[in-house]
Design a protein around this ligand. Sequence first.
Ligand code: SF4
Ligand code: MG
Length: 328
Amino acid sequence: ETPLVEVKGLQKSFSIKKGWFGANKYLRAVDGISFAINKGETFSLVGESGCGKSTTGRLVTRLLKPNGGEVWFDGQNIGALSDNQMRPVRKHMQMVFQDPYASLNPRMKVKDLVAEPLLIHTKLSPQERDKLARELLETVGLSSFHAERYAHEFSGGQRQRIGIARALSVRPSLIVADEPVSALDVSIQSQVLNLLQDLQEEYGLTYLFISHDLSVVEHISDRIGVMYLGTLVETADKDTLYDRPLHPYTQALLSSVPVPDPNQKKERIILKGDLPSPVDPPTGCRFHTRCPACMEVCKLKEPVFREVEPGHQVACHLYDEEIMKNEK
Ligand code: SF4
Ligand code: MG
């Protein structure tokens, strides 16, 4: 079966001017990443802020246009579509954003917020939209009784439910959820994550889930991709990634995820230095300035992102036999 989403060598840079007379510089936000998301699965992109994961989400839904590479959606290369041709496709991909406060218009009634995508993408009558909006509120665990109220009257968790109802309204096949629970209290986080999982089962949704926090994505993910400075450094199915992380960056991220069993001692790997700027990324392996396992070759040669076991890809010289032969 063809994947619902296929991203090939995707690239996006933003030009930034440095000072009055400074030359244009380029921030390489996403620098040649490839991954696929199968129908009905949850693929999570994880990494520190500024690693390019949100930009990737916006490229997949074409809120942003790439500078290079391809995005395939349901067997169609959407990079080749005009804005007009893109309209019917866009209906099938909706986004849920981090901050339900910022992404919901406070002057709109909840029922109109939820029904807004229906106004854009369908020919339903106002009465039909209204009815559907009320049903959707019930679907996400809010009483339809709230339909006439305004978003600012709700708590953060409720607002995120409203955002989810809105995304669901047009029956998308893909939902890109960009840090959907990061602004919420931990107790509310799990409620919203459970809701997303229930909705996935009920509607056969596919998720691209974006988070800076590996402990948040553990339960919801089928597969995970770890990003660092605009590149993917490791992808694997969830269990493999948590049990046998290969990339030193993934290992460091995982070492700070709390374990449920306090007797199970885990050594925390503290990364040295700060996150380098994506305007001037380090030579060779971009992680070499902070990597506890850095070798000479890492400063010079960029590791190739490749499969080391079925379904498990990593970009690190430690898993390249040719290079390791020379290192010894
Ligand atoms: Fe560390 Fe080298 Fe692997 Fe990069 S290639 S992650 S610097 S060991
Ligand atoms: Mg799932």
